[in-house]
Design a protein around this ligand. Sequence first.
Ligand code: TYM
Length: 330
Amino acid sequence: RKISLTGIKPTGTPHLGNYVGAIRPALELTKTYDTVYFIADYHALTTVQNGAEMRANIYKVAATWLALGLNPEESLFYKQSDIPEIFELSWALSCFTPKGFMNRAHAYKAKVEANTAAGVDVDSNVNMGLYCYPCLMDADILMFSADIVPVGKDQKQHVEFARDIAIKFNKHFGEDVFTVPEPVFQESTGVIPGLDGRKMSKSYDNYIDIFLEPKALKKRLGKIVTNSQGIEEPKDPDTCNVFKLYKLFATPEQTEALAARYRAGGMGWGHAKQELQNVLEEHLGAAREKYFYLLDHTDEIEKILAYGKERARAKAKVMMDRVRHLLGTY
Ligand code: TYM
């Protein structure tokens, strides 16, 4: 079977963008692929630099995957920092990566542009972890011979770097050491919008956590930005942030039915938000209980991660033996 691999950074509580962009498609692939899913904690270290916060975030990401149905027997599930071979491979790959690639990486470029606009030094607040971030992602992906990487569209460039480096490395040594990975994302879902319509993201504070309790969820959904049309006016579903989120969870029939109510008029924003809440509850209500159970039983999470660590390291060692042999360091 082919291999599907993806990771989530523990930068906070996972949100609906993470769920629809990565977790849901990744879990669907467990039927047809061998799956490798992990917690990218050393990627989060570029911004999360407090031990207690990091630890809590790691548990949240682990509990999210598990609550949503990841089966640790079926999928290889581990945390990145438990696999030292990944960091060794990252260094080796960085020596085959043109610096220009990193200059062009989206996250770094965005910082440079923001700094330029603010009139401060271009590299202000840029640590080397952020700059070299794509090299670590290359190692994550190539170590486990991923064929496909289900991600949100924002990660496409990173997976393309991994492709380029795999091809370059294989060519250099004249061997197919690394599988050339393919990013997969659903055109239909695209970039999941947040409360304000921009990409849902921690950094914009416009996200909706996956497992909010009903009351807190209602409050959060209340913040979704809508226009000022009154109840009676007919509304355009396609430009509405509430509807864009609704259709990611609703059946095609439900989606059509709500679209018709938009167009007919007589439906206010409060009603639309209530419909969104209902469909979210239907999808995620049961998993929420499991999520909070796991957060209360972190020893169970630890056990699962220890099991994944053992299995992942065994695979990583085989790959690193091969790489070190080629490099002449072994
Ligand atoms: P991260 O942790 O920021 O996000 C995890 C996944 O969620 C997707 N995502 C979105 N998809 C659609 N709409 C959105 N608004 C949205 N926000 C987030 C992301 O595209 C991602 O798939 N660098 C990665 C983590 C990583 C990784 C890897 C992924 C590290 N190593 C190797 C794949 C393979 C990241 O920052 O994702």
